[in-house]
Design a protein around this ligand. Structure first.
Ligand SMILES: [Zn+2]
Length: 340
C-alpha cells in the first residue's frame, strides 16, 4: 500500500469513527439529511460457515455492529421509502440492500435484520436464483479459495491467452478489471473452462452442496418476512458491453418475468458492478416501465435526484471507512459541508 493510500484510509477511519460524535455529528446529520442514503452488502454468514471463505462477505457479528451504529444516526426504511423521502432535519432514513442474491436466511442475516426492524432489499440474478450456475465472478472466487490463487491465475491467464481476451494478470484482485474488455459471449464459456481446468467438482454438485443463493422458495419466504426483491441482471455482466438485444436479454426480459412472478408493479434494479448503461440506453430502459429505479454505486445521491440516477455505497469492506468516512471526507474536501 502506498503512503498516500494509507493516509487516506487513516483519515477516513478517523472521520468515520467520529461521525456520530459532537461536533462532527452536526455535519453528519446535515450531510445525510440531504442525501439518499442506500447501503449495500453482498453475503452475510455466521462465523465458521465455510461459505464465508468460499464467497466472501461479512460475519453476522460484524453486520450486527454495523446496524447498531447505523441505528444511532438513522431510521431504517425500505428502499422505495428512502428513494421518495423528503430532506430530513432530524434522523434520516437509510436503506439496507444486498447484491448477488446470497442466501440471507440460511446465512443468518435475517435474524440480525429482524432484531433492528429492518426491511431490506435483495438484488438477485437470474442465473443464481434459478440455480442454473454460479455467477462467473463467484466461480472465480471459489476456485481461488479451493485450489489457491496461483492455480486460478494459471488457468485464467491461459484462457485469456487462448481466446485473446486480454493481457496476463498477476493477482486475483485484478480479474474484475481484466474482464471489462471481454465480449458478452465469453463469460460463461471462459468460466466453465477455467472451472474444469482447475479440476473442480461438477458445478451442479457444488451448488447443491453449498446452496449459496436464495432460490424461488427462499425469495418467497424472504418476501413473507417483509423484505423486498430487486433485480441485478441475468448473468452479472458489464453494462457497457451490451448491445440493444443483449440489454433486453440481460435486463428487461428477466426483470419483467421476476416482477410478474411476484406480482409487483415495478421492480428495483441495481446495475451489476454499478456499471451504468450509456445515457441513451439508460433512458430507454427506464422508459420500459418495468423498473422503479436504476441504481449505480460509489456515491450518495442528493435528495431530489431521479430514482433512475441514484447511487449506493458498499459496506462489505467497512461501514465506518467506506460509508461514513469516505462520504463525509469527500463532502469536506469539496467544501460542501453545508450542501445546497
Ligand atoms: Zn453484484
Amino acid at each position: 500500500m502506498t503512503l498516500k493510500a494509507a493516509l487516506r484510509d487513516g483519515a477516513q477511519d478517523l472521520i468515520g469513527a467520529g461521525a456520530g460524535l459532537w461536533p462532527l455529528s452536526i455535519l453528519t446529520r446535515r450531510y445525510f439529511g440531504r442525501r439518499i442514503p442506500i447501503i449495500f452488502y453482498h453475503a452475510v454468514w455466521r462465523s465458521g460457515d465455510p461459505r464465508l471463505k468460499l464467497f466472501g462477505g461479512v460475519e453476522t457479528g460484524s453486520f450486527e455492529r454495523d446496524l447498531a451504529r447505523l441505528a444511532r444516526m438513522f431510521d431504517f426504511a425500505p428502499l422505495d421509502e428512502v428513494l421518495s423521502a423528503p430532506a430530513a432535519r432530524g434522523k434520516s432514513k437509510v436503506a439496507i440492500t444486498f447484491d448477488d442474491g446470497f442466501d440471507l436466511i440460511a446465512g443468518g442475516a435475517i435474524d440480525v435484520l429482524r432484531g433492528f426492524g429492518v426491511r431490506a432489499t435483495v438484488f438477485v440474478n437470474d442465473d443464481s436464483w434459478r440455480y442454473k450456475r454460479l455467477l462467473w465472478q463467484h466461480a472465480f472466487g471459489v476456485i481461488s479459495a479451493m485450489r489457491g490463487e496461483a492455480s486460478f491465475l494459471r488457468a485464467f491467464n491461459e484462457i485469456q491467452r487462448q481466446q485473446r481476451l486480454g493481457a496476463r494478470i498477476e493477482a486475483f484482485a485484478q480479474f474484475i478489471d481484466a474482464t471489462k474488455a471481454w465480449p458478452v459471449g465469453a463469460f460463461e464459456t471462459a468460466a466453465d473452462e477455467i472451472w474444469a481446468s482447475c479440476e473442480m467438482p461438477p458445478m451442479a454438485e457444488f451448488l447443491s452442496q453449498h446452496r449459496p443463493y436464495l432460490d424461488h422458495a427462499g425469495l418467497a419466504h424472504w418476501r413473507r418476512l417483509g423484505h423486498d426483491v430487486g433485480f441485478h441482471g441475468k448473468s452479472h455482466l458489464w453494462s457497457k458491453a451490451l448491445g440493444v438485444a443483449e440489454i433486453v436479454e440481460q435486463y428487461e426480459a428477466p426483470a419483467r418475468a421476476l416482477k410478474d412472478l411476484f406480482g409487483l408493479d415495478r421492480i428495483a434494479f441495481a446495475y451489476p458492478f454499478g456499471d451504468r448503461l450509456p445515457p441513451e440506453q439508460e433512458r430507454a430502459l427506464a422508459a420500459t416501465g418495468v423498473f422503479s429505479c436504476l441504481l449505480g454505486t460509489d456515491r450518495l445521491s442528493r435528495r431530489g435526484e431521479s430514482p433512475f440516477a441514484v447511487d449506493r455505497v458498499e459496506a462489505d469492506f467497512g461501514l465506518v471507512r467506506h460509508f461514513f468516512g469516505r462520504m463525509l471526507l469527500r463532502s469536506l474536501r469539496r467544501q460542501d459541508a453545508t450542501p445546497v
